[in-house]
Ligand binder design. Structure first.
Ligand SMILES: *Cc1c(COP(=O)(O)O)cnc(C)c1O
Length: 254
């Protein structure tokens, strides 16, 4: 018997399962939830270009990476450039100031999900205004919120998020603020009830929408990964970031 290698993981099947599950959850989701239909971001970190192309060919367009160097390499990979013209790259990793220009130079960069301070937002805004060739569109961003209060996690405190939202909206014309995101604590036990990270992010969503007179469906909410994207959608998530359920297990980073 041949051993099944990572490369042989059925990516198309994985994607189809996730798409199907998203539809199921939406069908049964409470009518009180007024957020938009979720976008699936396929998190391809540590996976080869071939895996991205396979998912793209199955119909997936949004992809997420959280290591800058890997995003740079994959987004410029000749096979991806040739075969995935409409790919949309989401940066979902911690953003260091000295890497901003590298990330902004990524071909088909679509959104940065991890803006967590006024300082970083201001630098991104300035850097985007200088990108060559000049862009006709502002850079799409989400504010990352540290809902779990863990020191190791990036993100702004939930109570400070509305002020950052208003700061970006009123001052940074080169950024298009699309919504908010959280990573949350790993391994929440759902027999204890709803995930407090999701509850917290939805509270921030509500206060931002109310404070700025915005329709709930106009402010994106990025929450939910392989083990809980369905629960996240039940609570109002509009962007789910799923890796393992699409691409199979990742080798641990050395
Ligand atoms: C790796 C990663 C994911 C995907 O995690 P899976 O459990 O493999 O689905 C989602 N979001 C972020 C920020 C990640 O780093």
């Amino acid at each position: 018997m041949l051993r099944r290698t990572m490369a042989e993981f059925d990516i198309k099947g994985g994607l189809q399962n996730v798409w199907k599950r998203i539809d199921e959850v939406l069908l049964h989701r409470s009518q009180d939830i007024k957020t938009a239909r979720p976008v699936l971001v396929a998190v391809s970190k540590t996976k080869p270009a071939d895996a991205v192309i396979e998912a793209y060919q199955a119909g997936q367009r949004d992809f997420g990476e959280n290591y800058v160097q890997e995003l740079e390499e994959k987004s410029r990979h000749p096979d991806i450039v040739a075969q995935c013209p409409d790919i949309r790259w989401h940066f979902i990793g911690h953003m260091q100031s000295n890497k901003i220009n590298k990330v902004l130079a990524v071909p088909n960069l679509y959104m940065i999900q991890t803006v967590d301070s006024q300082k970083l937002a201001t630098k991104l805004d300035a850097a985007w205004s200088k990108v060559q060739p000049p862009k006709d569109e502002p850079l799409k961003v989400l504010i990352q919120i540290n809902t779990s209060g863990e020191d190791v996690k990036s993100g702004i405190e939930p109570k400070e998020a509305p002020a950052l939202f208003e700061f970006i909206k009123s001052n940074l014309k080169h950024l298009k603020l699309m919504g908010i995101m959280t990573i949350g604590a790993y391994g929440f036990d759902y027999s204890n009830g709803p995930n407090p990270d999701f509850v917290s992010l939805m509270q921030v969503h509500r206060s931002i929408c109310e404070g700025n007179s915005l329709a709930p469906e106009s402010v994106l909410v990025s929450m939910g990964m392989s083990n809980d994207y369905d629960r996240a959608i039940e609570m109002g998530s509009t962007v789910v970031r799923v890796g393992t359920s699409i691409f199979g297990y990742r080798a641990a980073k050395a």
